[in-house]
Design a protein around this ligand. Structure first.
Ligand code: DQA
Length: 150
């Protein structure tokens, strides 16, 4: 079981970036949390952050070659703008969970649109790091269930 965790723009600035919304813990703390969660459930994982939309598309396409079973994706601001990322998810057909630290539906109206989310099997939002924890566990279960069904 291999899970690819992808993080979009400005998430590298966690801790210093709008802490009232995103919390005081930094990106290294997030990757440590993700690592602990994946080890606890016995999943292999890779975690990656980029500020570039096309790099996220490349990473999603690249997942076809590296035996990734599921993706956990926080596209950050590209959530609300990127049809390219949504199309890449549909193209590879690797089951993906959308994740947000904040509750995007309770913020500015433009954050309620999620193109990526339309190509995902589930969305986890508004729980800080725990949004990632829930998404990782959900996708591990999702993959196990779909392997059993075949
Ligand atoms: C975010 C929410 C987005 O609206 C925002 O642009 C981000 C982070 C979140 O994790 O809450 O950069 O994806």
């Amino acid at each position: 079981m291999k899970i690819l965790i992808l993080n979009g723009p400005n998430l590298n600035l966690l801790g210093r970036r709008e802490p009232d919304i995103y919390g005081h813990r930094d990106y290294a703390a997030l990757t440590a949390y993700i690592g602990e969660t994946c080890r606890r459930i016995g999943a292999e994982y890779e975690v990656f952050q980029t500020n570039h939309e096309g790099v996220l598309v490349d990473m999603i396409q690249g997942a076809l070659e590296t035996g990734v079973d599921a993706i956990v994706l926080n596209p950050a601001a590209y959530t609300h703008t990127s049809i390219a990322i949504a199309d890449a998810l549909r193209a590879v057909e690797i089951p993906t969970a959308e994740v947000h630290l904040s509750d995007v539906d309770a913020r500015e109206p433009y954050r309620r649109i999620s193109y990526a989310g339309e190509a995902c099997v589930a969305t986890f939002k508004g729980k800080g790091f725990e949004s990632y924890g829930e998404a990782i566990c959900y996708m591990a279960e999702y993959v196990r269930n779909s392997k059993d069904a075949h």
